[in-house]
Design a protein around this ligand. Structure first.
Ligand code: KG4
Ligand code: ZN
Length: 342
């Protein structure tokens, strides 16, 4: 048999994504985002996201098939995100995938969203030397993974114990009166700031925290520290130095993320570090990681930005790996699991 031809469906948050791959070759990646509908709420509203998925799913599948010039009957598999994510959003993609599978007889594969963020790199950089470490940083998750085999062996080394990194960006942006999503706005505002202007806390990096939380993250204390700093400045009638505050906040986030990611590589014995998720687009995170991985002799792999944020191609890429590994198709009563572990 040739390369498995797989269609992937992603609907765990606010992106309706449909991708088609042939093995590790990307044929189509169509994404319909409802992010605009959430802007005025300052965050993703589950109910609104579910309805948008319902409207976008079938047209997005049709667009992907047209782009790839693929007929559904040719597929070797339909891969769909089974979790983790928003329950109401996941079930829409799952229902669509099950219906497609039932109607065409193409096997259905329920796959893990976090593993998808790892698998997508194959489409950009080919085979991934293992074991490697993956740092996933988005609005919904922040975790460090040890990857032995993409289809069968991914374990979580650590994760955030409170807010995700992107969530911290979004909340701090809100405190500063900046728009949603906060990541890109803060990234830009911080460009002219001094990252050492204010020393904000680095969560879970104290020696006593490292004992139990060596690879875990915490950003809610940082968020509170920024909010308190801003509040004090306002009460004292001082002007908020936006560039310095954002640069200092960003430095605290990126310092911890990159230090723990490099430490995880040492721990695992990995000489490749992969990053994914919306925050992987951050300019400071990229430069700091480039610096620290180079010092440590680690190769940094970053999929192009459109593949870092949620999309269907990542689920298709993972599905193709599962098919290649001889994984068994899912039962037709496959359920969504909002808290699915990796
Ligand atoms: O992966 P993603 O598109 O969606 C999920 O949350 O799954 O990530 C979105 C998050 C948002 O919190 C957004 O503020 C953040 O990624 N983000 C950034 C940047 N671009 C997007 N954070 C920091 N710097 C950026 N340049
Ligand atoms: Zn994601």
């Amino acid at each position: 048999a040739g390369q498995p031809l797989v269609l992937g469906i992603e609907s765990s948050c606010d992106e309706t994504g449909v991708g088609i791959v042939s093995g590790t070759t990307l044929l189509a990646n169509e994404v319909a985002s409802s992010v605009e509908e959430h802007v005025r709420f300052g965050g993703v509203v589950p109910e609104v996201a579910s309805r948008a998925h319902l409207q976008a799913l079938v047209p997005t599948i049709q667009r992907a098939c047209r782009t790839a010039d693929v007929d559904l009957s040719e597929l070797d598999g339909i891969a769909v995100t089974a979790g983790p994510g928003l329950m109401g959003a996941l079930v829409v993609g799952l229902a669509g995938a099950k219906a497609l599978s039932a109607a065409t007889g193409v096997p259905l594969y329920g796959v893990n969203h976090l593993a998808g963020h790892v698998a997508v790199d194959l489409l950009d950089h080919g085979p991934l030397p293992t074991p490697c470490v993956a740092l996933l940083v988005s609005g919904g998750h922040t975790s460090l993974l040890r990857v032995g085999d993409i289809a069968t062996d991914i374990t979580e080394l650590g994760a955030t114990i409170d807010d995700a990194a992107g969530e911290a960006y979004d909340k701090v942006a809100r405190v500063l009166g900046l728009s949603y999503p906060g990541g890109p706005v803060i990234d830009r505002a911080a460009r002219d700031g001094d990252p050492r202007a204010i020393r904000f806390p680095r969560g879970l990096t104290a020696p006593k925290d490292l004992v139990r939380h060596r690879f875990d993250f915490s950003f809610s204390g940082l968020k509170t520290a920024v909010a308190r700093w801003v509040e004090t400045a306002r009460l004292e009638g001082r002007e908020i130095p936006l560039a310095d505050v954002t640069a200092s906040f960003q430095e605290a986030v990126c310092d911890v993320l990159s230090a723990k990611a490099v430490d995880a590589c040492r721990h695992v014995g990995a000489d490749h570090l992969l990053i994914g998720g919306g925050v992987a687009a951050n300019s400071r995170l990229r430069s700091l990681l480039a610096e620290r991985t180079a010092e440590a002799g680690i190769t940094l792999r970053t999929p192009r930005p459109v593949l870092c944020t949620d999309n269907g191609a990542m689920m298709a890429a993972l599905g193709a790996e599962v098919v290649r590994a001889g994984g068994r198709p899912s039962a037709p009563d496959l359920g969504a699991d909002p808290g699915l572990p990796v």
